[in-house]
Write a new protein. Structure first.
Length: 162
């Protein structure tokens, strides 16, 4: 069985005249990353690999999760394929993951993550919001065989702020 945990980057700032890859998180994005990672951490899911888009907003969100979930940095890598907005490159990336990793968490962007959640999960989502988390599972032994799976969990940061 394979598990894929999608985490969309936190709310980012448009206040700086920087390239898209260099946009930082807003304070709200930082707080939501802490909130969602602590909430998800209660499930005590053992993560075997973590990958992030090289965009600063995704990477910063990822580092917050790594720290709060106590995942060693040796289990982490950057991938340019995750700097994708359609989902095509992300799907290719997932299908090429090492089969030794049963549970993988990836950090990236919309519309890619909403597209993947709806294509591979069994629960329709209008939109994966910033810092939204979607946990998908697949009854396969090899990542290359991932297709339709089950949506195990959806975490919406706004619902945790209540």
């Amino acid at each position: 069985m394979k598990h894929l945990i999608l985490v969309r980057h936190g709310k980012s700032s448009w206040d700086y005249g920087v390239d898209d890859k260099d946009r930082p998180l807003k304070e709200k994005g930082i707080q939501d990353a802490h909130r969602v990672s602590h909430y998800f951490g209660k499930d005590k899911v053992k993560i075997h690999g973590v990958y992030s888009s090289p965009a600063i907003r995704a990477l910063h969100s990822c580092v917050i999760f790594l720290r709060n979930l106590k995942i060693p940095y040796s289990d982490f890598a950057l991938s340019n394929e995750l700097y994708d907005f359609s989902g095509e490159h992300v799907m290719d990336f997932v299908k090429n993951l090492p089969d030794t990793q049963q549970v993988v968490m990836i950090f990236g962007h919309n519309h890619a993550f909403t597209q993947i959640a709806n294509s591979w999960g069994d629960t329709y989502l209008d939109n994966v919001p910033t810092t939204g988390l979607v946990h998908l599972s697949f009854e396969v032994s090899h990542w290359r065989d991932v297709q339709q799976g089950k949506t195990e969990k959806v975490v919406i940061p706004k619902e945790l702020r209540k």
